[in-house]
Design a protein around this ligand. Sequence first.
Ligand SMILES: C[S@@+](CC[C@H](N)C(=O)[O-])C[C@H]1O[C@@H](n2cnc3c(N)ncnc32)[C@H](O)[C@@H]1O
Length: 203
Amino acid sequence: MQPDWDQHYQEKHTPWDKGEPAPPLVDWLANHPGRMIGRILVPGCGLGHDVRAIAAADEKAEIVGLDISPTAIEMVREIPTVSIERYREGDLFDLPEGMLEAFDWVWEHTCFCAIDPELRDDYVLAVWTALRPGGSLLGVFYLDPYDDEHQPGGGPPHGTSLAELEMRFEASGKFEIVEQYLPEQAYEGRDGKEMIVEMRRLD
Ligand SMILES: C[S@@+](CC[C@H](N)C(=O)[O-])C[C@H]1O[C@@H](n2cnc3c(N)ncnc32)[C@H](O)[C@@H]1O
């Protein structure tokens, strides 16, 4: 069963929100200056920490943070912007016309692991559709989110593996994986449990 995301934000019960951008993203931006440019989509942006980190790295980037929770979008719009980033309430699986083939990059962080694993092929299609041909998906994928509270099959979060990512993104013919590595930086408790993967949209 999918959580009621909006209720989580209404009740301020958002344990995934660490109050700062994903450390693997901060590290990647520092090591790849000037690469993530143009129009950038951040699906499941929550309170926008990653959006602001990307905006701070390139003041010309047109970043759209998308979230299905109206409360999250209301809250994030109260936070001062650092550049020209903006936020939009919406469903990744039902993107409006103006967001189709519209982005140079998609940044993925804890959206893929939040959705029902049965919808993962739909996620691949949604991100492929949002990107322009040749556009890039960069994500930090949660391989092992399991602990005493969360067990496989009981998420979100739902874990994944490189083999699954290859199967869903590459074997579908929609993406090619350009690079993957275990990030050196992570939120406390996530060390060694995530993987950075960069992919390129195929035509
Ligand atoms: C686990 S939270 C992560 C939020 C943010 N990335 C962070 O790390 O703080 C997952 C987010 O995805 C959003 N979400 C879930 N399904 C979505 C969908 N179909 N389209 C857009 N956003 C969605 C939720 O509202 C929630 O904010």
